[in-house]
Structures are given as C-alpha cells and as structure tokens.
Ligand binder design. Structure first.
Ligand SMILES: [Zn+2]
Ligand SMILES: [Zn+2]
Length: 586
C-alpha cells in the first residue's frame, strides 16, 4: 500500500481483528468465528468456544498475532458467488459465517484472505499483516451472537492497534491512568453515588457528597441560563400515549421507552425526552413574531431503555437528567441564535475546565435527500447557520456528510479530558419533524401563520454522565468551587474542639462547604483521611492556633502552608470559588 501513513485507523483496527481471528484459529482449531469490527477505541472479535479464554490464552494469541505480522502475509480480496462463499466457510467449519452470508442475500460477496485464514466482509483492509505489528490484546468479555440474549453466548476479545509503537505505548499508559481514575471506584471511595441490583440497574443514587456537587452544578447552570436569556421550565415525568403518538416517539423511538402504565384506562408513558412538553407550553397560547426567540431550558429527568449488558456506572444509565433546552425562533433570527447557543455552550464547558473541544457538524447526505423530513430551503438555511456560526468563531470542525438524523442537521461538541479522551457532551440539533407534527406556528409581521425553527440543545448532556466525566477528568480532586467538602477543620486534641467548631461555623457563614473532624484519631491519621478524601483545604488547630485565633493550613496536593489569618483565608477562599479556579493558591 502506497499511502500507509494516511491509512484510516478503522482499516488498521478491522485488519487487526482479522489478525486476531487468524491467530485464534491457528491456536484453537475448531473455534467458531462471529463478527470482528473496528470500534472507537480499537477492535474486537467474537468467538464461539466451549472453554473460556484465559489471560494466558490472550498472551499466547497476542504472541501468535505478532508472529503473523512479522511474516508479513499478503491480504487478498476475492469476489465469490454467494453459493461458492457459503461452501468455502462450510468447508472451513464456520457455520456463523455461512449464516451471515446466507442472510446478506447479494449474488456476490467479498472474502478477504491471509494465508490459510479467510473472512467474509466488505473490507477494506491493509495490504499485508506486516502493518499490524503494534497490537495489544486487552480483555475478554461475554457477548451474544447478533446481540440477541437468546442467541449463542460468545467470547469477545478486545484489542488495540496503532501505526507506531509510540502511539500504542501512549494509549496503554492512558488506559492505565483511566483505570486508576475510574469514576465507579472513586464514586465509592469518595462516597459520591451508588447503584445496585436491589434498586435496579442503571438507576443512580446520589449520596450527600455527590448531591452537593450536583447542586452546585445545577445552581451554576441556572444562573448562567437566566443571565444568558433563557427561561427555565419544569414538566412532568409521564405523559399520555396520545402525546407520544403526536410527537412520533411511539413510532420511531418505542424500543427505548418503557411499558406504559394504565391511568383511568389510558396508557401513559415515562418520558424519554422533554421536547413534547415544551412544545405543549409553546402551544398553550398564540405566539407572535414579537414573542420570539424563546429559549426554554429544563433539567428534565428522562428514562430510556438500555440493555443490561451495556449499563456502565454513571456513563450509561436508564434514568438521567438532561440539561435540555429548546430554542424556538423565526427564520430571520436563526443565525444569531445558533451563534449565541454555540458561544454559550463553549463558555459553560470552559467553566467546568473543558477548553479543548472537538466539534462535529452533521449535515444531509446530498445524494439521498428523500431520507429527510422538512423542506429543502429550511435545511439549507439551517445548515448554513451552523456553518456560519462555526466559521464566525473560527472553530475547527469536522464536517460529516450524511450524518444528520432524519429530522435536522446538528453540531456536536466533544470535550477532551485530562488524559486525552473525548466525551460527547453538547448537541445543538435542528428539528423539522416535531414542529410539523405538532403544527407549531407563530403569527408573522404579515399577519399570517408561519412555522418557527425549533432547535434542541443539551449542553452538559446528562448530569449523571457529566458527573462521571468530571470525576475522571479531575481524578476525584474537584476544583474548590465544585468540591463536596471544601474545607475540613481538624482539632489536634479534645480541648481544641470548641474552637474547631466555631471555626467551622465561620467558614459556613462565609458560604464554604466546611466540616469538622471530631473523631478521636491522631491528627496525622485525620490528615491522611482528609487527603484520601481529596478535601482541597485542611485547617489544623491546636494550642497555638486557639490562642492566636488562627489556623494551620494544608492544601491538597501541596502540603503544609503554615499559619493563616482566618479572615484573610476566608477572603482568598471565596475569591477562588468565585473565579472557579482550577488551582488553589495561597
Ligand atoms: Zn474484514
Ligand atoms: Zn428536544
């Protein structure tokens, strides 16, 4: 291959999946192969085999993969007739491949071969296995054939591959770091949240300390929204089936909704989205062009079905609170509104310490305009307003042709965390479907009824997921303004407790989340506990501090800062909170 340097990473990953299957069949003949796609972080392959793959097996497989890579076996594409291809995999003892080819139904299929190994897929692949040397197998877990819980139980082996050794090493280091800061572990260690089977998977319990962080996030979110020209709404958790029929959810979103409940012989559904409620508020009265734009936000708790196997801590849950908003405006306002919502989103993400973003613009597939709802001129104007906003601000973005959903184009913002991972957060999404379905109108300057633009916007995404990202980004050491306990007062001995309590009172009066440690532990132990709990400010008080009305300050991660005047300390702490500083300087 002439252009190896610019090899798409997905081609490399999918080729590594073939290499994995090749090695498995070399070492464990008789194993049945399922599918082996590239995924966002690497690749996997599903295998059907009675014995479980052990960590030692994974090592042996990886070793074999590297051997085949060193042999630099050419990878060849062949086009076979459907029957011929089915015969080939029949002979190879691969019934799952035969099943896939049978279902696929095309007269000819492509088969990629390397040495004795062959796989049925569309490709493309790298030219030879020599390009796959920097590969690492990571884990094995269970999966179902075709994702169907009644289907065969497969073993899914995950791996990562990179063009260079350096990139692979960096990635493995990042994975190690990610493991250390796993929000599920920190959630338990720092007593932030939990979830359990008794309660039901994917449902989150916010413990007092996690709830404090959430309350700070929500308060900041509300203040910024009011200042940013938004109004805040509250809407119910359930709605009649008729509402979800009108919105179209019972048509195209039913699989993600929970079974209805019967209220006065009427079916009601838990809400998977807030939009229909906001539209009902819009429609509660006649709207004029003079009322627009409307910017309505809600911290709306929604419920969506997720397969139990996909649930993951705070990141993938069944009940979550979206920081939702809908912007409803006239066509003339759309450009200014999109720029405004883009600025607003970027600015709020920055408040939480996320300044390195990746922006994606998803637009229509120009070759397939029939796939989308909404008039052509509406789409053109909407897409143009998104492009204009991005270009006005000079943000680099990736244009994704044909990635728009059927009801409108969108901008997605992914934030980059402290260890370089990207997380999808903000979405700014036009909707030409619901405005039609609900027949939303406003009376224009001409006295006639017009269709407004409607834009959905989730900024942090969901509070649960965003909290999970925050925990991992900060490794549990939240900046002062977000920390659940900002300051902890540690009396050295019992005789210092009264002073410690009065100091705690002063801190609380100054608006700081302060606590006092009245345990009968030695002060050294108390300090270690506070450090493990990642409390940003620790105030130790003993004889000298009581006598002089001061405190000895320790800053998390920085150690002893010496004696401080309490009034001055309070002023500085308040300033750090107000500025949302990421670092604590005293
Ligand atoms: Zn393939
Ligand atoms: Zn919406």
């Amino acid at each position: 291959m002439s252009d190896d340097k610019h090899l798409p990473i997905d081609v490399l990953r999918h080729s590594a999946a073939h290499l994995l299957a090749h090695a498995v069949l070399d070492l464990y003949p008789g194993t049945k192969t399922g599918i082996g796609p590239a995924v966002e972080t690497g690749f996997y392959y599903d295998f059907l085999r009675d014995e479980p793959f052990t960590p030692a097996d994974l090592e042996a497989i990886e070793k074999r993969m590297k051997e085949i890579a060193r042999e630099d076996v050419p990878i060849e594409r062949r086009v076979l007739g459907k029957d011929e291809a089915m015969r080939l995999f029949e002979e190879q003892g691969q019934p799952l491949k035969v099943e896939l080819i049978r279902e696929k139904g095309d007269a000819t299929v492509t088969v990629y071969g390397q040495g004795p190994f062959a796989d049925f897929c569309l490709g493309p692949h790298v030219a030879s296995t020599g390009l796959l040397a920097h590969v690492k197998l990571l884990s094995v877990s269970g999966a179902y054939w075709k994702g169907d819980e009644r289907g065969a139980q497969m073993q899914r082996i995950y791996g990562a591959v990179f063009p260079t050794a350096k990139e692979l090493e960096d990635h493995l280091r990042m994975l190690e770091e990610a493991k250390k800061r796993d929000h599920r572990r920190l959630g338990t260690d720092l007593d932030l949240f939990s979830s359990n089977d008794e309660l039901g998977g994917g449902l989150i319990l916010w413990h007092p300390k996690g709830a404090r962080v959430r309350a700070v996030i929500e308060q900041h979110w509300r203040e910024r929204h009011w200042a940013g020209g938004y109004d805040i709404l509250y809407t119910p958790h359930i709605g009649r089936a008729t509402l979800w029929q009108t919105s179209g959810h019972l048509g195209f979103y039913k699989d993600s909704m929970y079974s209805p409940m019967d209220i006065d012989e009427q079916p009601y559904y838990l809400k998977p989205m807030n939009c229909p409620f906001h539209i009902e508020i819009y429609k509660s009265r006649m709207r004029s062009y003079r009322d627009l734009p409307l910017r309505w936000a809600e911290l709306g708790t929604v419920y969506r079905y997720e397969r139990s196997g996909t649930l993951h801590g705070l990141l993938r849950v069944r009940g979550f609170t979206q920081d939702d908003a809908h912007i409803i405006c006239t066509p003339d306002q759309i450009e200014a509104e999109i720029l405004r919502v883009l600025d607003f989103s970027v600015s709020i993400l920055a408040d939480f310490g996320f300044t390195d973003n990746k922006i994606e613009l998803s637009v229509r597939d120009p070759k397939n305009p029939g796939k989308y709802c909404g008039a052509d001129d509406l789409w053109c104007r909407a897409e143009a307003s998104l492009v204009k906003a991005l270009e006005t601000r000079g943000y680099p973005y990736e244009r994704k042709e044909g990635e728009a959903v059927f009801y409108g184009p969108k901008i997605d913002i992914k934030i980059k965390d402290a260890i370089g991972r990207l997380w999808q957060c903000t979405t700014i999404q036009f909707d030409f479907n619901m405005s039609e379905r609900f027949d939303m109108t406003y009376v224009g300057e001409d006295g006639k009824e017009h269709r407004p633009y409607m834009v959905h916007r989730a900024l942090l995404g969901s509070l649960e997921r965003f909290f999970g990202v925050l925990i991992e980004h900060y490794n549990g050491s939240f900046p002062l303004w977000l920390a659940p306990v900002q300051a902890l007062v540690l009396p050295i001995a019992e005789r210092h407790e009264a002073y410690a309590k009065s100091l705690e009172g002063r801190l609380r009066e100054a608006g700081l989340r302060a606590e006092v440690d009245l345990s009968r532990e030695k002060v050294g132990k108390k300090i270690r506990t506070a450090e493990l709990q990642k409390v940003p400010l620790i105030l130790v008080v003993g004889d000298k501090e009581v006598e002089r009305g001061t405190a000895a300050l320790r800053v998390h991660g920085q150690g002893d800062k010496g004696e401080v005047d309490v009034a001055r300390f309070l002023g500085q702490a308040q300033e750090l909170v107000k500025n949302k500083s990421n670092t604590v300087n005293f």
